[in-house]
Design a protein around this ligand. Sequence first.
Ligand code: NOJ
Length: 722
Amino acid sequence: MTLEEKIGQLNLLTGGEATTGSTVSNDVETKIKAGKVGGLFSMSSPQKVRKTQELAINNTRLKIPLIFGMDVIHGYRTAFPIPLGLSCSWDLELIEKSARIAATEASADGICWAYSPMVDICRDPRWGRIAEGSGEDVYLGSQIARAMVRGYQGSDLSKNNTLMACVKHYALYGAAEAGRDYNTTDMSRVRMYNEYLPPYKAALDAGAGSIMASFNEIDGIPATANKWLLTDVLRKQWGFKGLVVTDYTGINEMVDHGLGDLKTVSAKALLAGIDMDMVGEGFLTTLGQSVKDKTVAMADIDRACRKVLEAKYDLGLFDDPFRYCDDQRAKTEIFTENNRQQARSAAANSFVLLKNANKTLPLTKKGTIAVIGPLVNNRENMAGTWAVSADFAKCVSLVDGIKHGGGNNVSVVYAKGANVYSDPTQEANVSIFGKPTNRDNRSDAELIEEALKIAQTADVIVVGLGESAEMSGESASRSDIQIPQNQQDLLKALLKTGKPVVLVVFTGRPLVLTWEDANVPAILNTWFGGSEAGNAIADVLFGDVVPSGKLSVTFPRSVGQIPIYYNYKNTGRPWSGKEGFEKFRSNYLDVSNKPLYPFGYGLSYTRFDYSNLQLSARKMKRSDKLMATVTVKNVGDFDGQEVVQLYIRDKVGSNTRPVKELKGFQKIFLKKGESKTISFPISINDLKYYDNNLNYIAENGEFIVFVGTNSQDCLEANFILE
Ligand code: NOJ
């Protein structure tokens, strides 16, 4: 290959179906024909992809096929719940299946490379991209990362129904200061190794073929030019052999980061370990000169080019460049009835019942239900952020879902009641992918008045409030994460009717629901449930499905508590846990340390009783496996699923250790009245952590084992490691 041909392979352009920056790719066709493009993303359909692939195959000397990527984030045409929602299912099989379905659909539509899973740990719900990840916990996040990779890639990447996964955003993108997207991150290596890096590694260990560098800086150097991150950790420590791609214009953005001109930053990125340059064309336009200047060696270009070619080889593109362009598959394998059913079940499993006083839920299937709120009658918003390929028109709204689910004895009345925001400019500003919220031009007071009239005619009010799809996701940080004021006003007015009110929350992040928790009898958090959202919500509201979702992320009482997470450190002056302020202790004057809803929390229509936590021994040797067993009994009135959670605390270490860390979980099904004994094996690996010198160790001493229904309500037992 000539130098130009090699550099061409490093250039990744966009087909423009979903644009996430100010730069777009121009003259794509000409560049492909000239061998200046290695791949394209954001282009779909077998016809378009075939036509584009032909440009490369028929016009370039070496006929090297293009690779076709896409943001396949939570489903494809059939949208599954947003990843944060899916993670609340704690159901790895279901999550893997969702990725498998996404891979089947996307690969039938010309695509072979998915920019997923997004495994960024996040403890700051102001950050809009919290919607795209699996929440705050490193253990749960790592399990989910593996499941998604298995789902996308299957056992053979070269099959025409699998996708190459791209783990992102490496690294620490979810730790942006102040929750502001693209912002600086800065953290100790101890924290990185223990709490943030493992999910990326887990995804790679599961075989992910590629990884995307993040926009943020780490230790003062943007990830895109961070040799320590991309070479020392990724290649040398972790042994990753796959492809490393930038994020959208990640190289060019280093000019604004203040690292030099485009030629300088492009060379820095290559030398740090980037193989492929997304959209910015810094590699294309400057690397030739850098080789001449000897600031970059041919060996560096060869390394990057080899990685791109290997990925294409693994995907089978050299055998058949058109293997993902099957018109027949596109007709029969996308948005199938089966896929929709799976999406419906996944959605119902992702919802978290936050409150259910007086058994308000489930609803009976009779009488009149008023379904009220700015998003309850809007299909476009059901799929949530990054559903770039979803069939929005076929999504099921809440109004439609309740109509179908309620059957003949239920009549449904609807009113909008409020716009998403009072202020039209705020509503307009959030739109990236242009999903309409169907703004109503009437005043807030008029909308509420109409809603009250409708509500008066009903036996029960289901009010759907919260965020529109685009209030979370990329570039959607918020400083006030309450339900917008005008929507709260609607809720207050509806509560005054004295009728039973069920609040269905649409959101891409944990919201501050402190007022709602104190005043509304029932709250179901539904995230964005995907194509079948409305049906799935109705399934749960009517009790056809008993809710089982558990929070993968803490819900704060107040924005001022952020960052708030369950696996915090004790400090030298811990708060006692009793209500009320304590002087000279680590707490606030004006708010409790406790979250509104803790990690792992979620109610059911039934109740589970935990008893008899036993350890197989009180002393453990390093080679031993300890068994923790607990009896869980369904003592309520419904059959249901429960996520049994195991946490461990390392009581004494040479480093400070978190007050507890998730180390295992099992999702079980119990018929009413049934009980089961659940066992968790504990081995030395569950007790290890990275110490101050980054040695991965388990230290002798006392450990506490917690087993329970969430991170706060647990039984406890202890043992000694000797
Ligand atoms: C920017 C986002 O950060 C990334 O997640 C996405 O994969 C790329 N744009 C491509 O759309």
